[in-house]
Design a protein around this ligand. Structure first.
Ligand code: SF4
Ligand code: SF4
Length: 105
């Protein structure tokens, strides 16, 4: 019997369990271009090397608009279009979570 065979089925990770509530905001380290005006406050906007508007990121890589206590978006109602279209449990979401396995809260 392998180690994994002893784990109760209810404890096995599966895609249905993927939730922003149990994630360390992994996708909020990606570069986010602003392609429409959703009301993002100016203090969270930076200009990239090509003159485009992007979400400002802090030295540790996370978006400046991320609430670091809750690890939730502090501007949820004004978040950029790209953030709105990033789907929980999508292939991109799972990729980002796999990239940060050690920091889940
Ligand atoms: S969309 Fe995916 S990667 Fe982004 S916070 Fe939610 S679970 Fe984490
Ligand atoms: S604007 Fe909000 S959802 Fe988008 S990357 Fe920043 S913290 Fe995450």
């Amino acid at each position: 019997m392998t180690e994994s065979a002893r784990i109760p089925l209810t404890q096995l990770a599966n895609e249905a369990a993927v939730s922003c509530a149990n994630c360390a905001a992994c996708c909020c380290q990606l570069e986010v271009m602003l392609i429409s005006d959703t009301g993002v406050p100016r203090r969270f906007i930076a200009i990239d090397d090509w003159g485009g508007e992007v979400m400002r990121r802090l030295d540790d890589g996370w978006c400046a608009a991320l609430d670091r206590d809750s690890m939730l978006c502090s501007i949820y109602e004004q978040r950029p279009l790209i953030c709105r279209e990033f789907e929980t449990a999508s292939a991109e979401c799972l990729d980002e979570r796999r990239g940060m396995p050690g920091i889940y809260r």
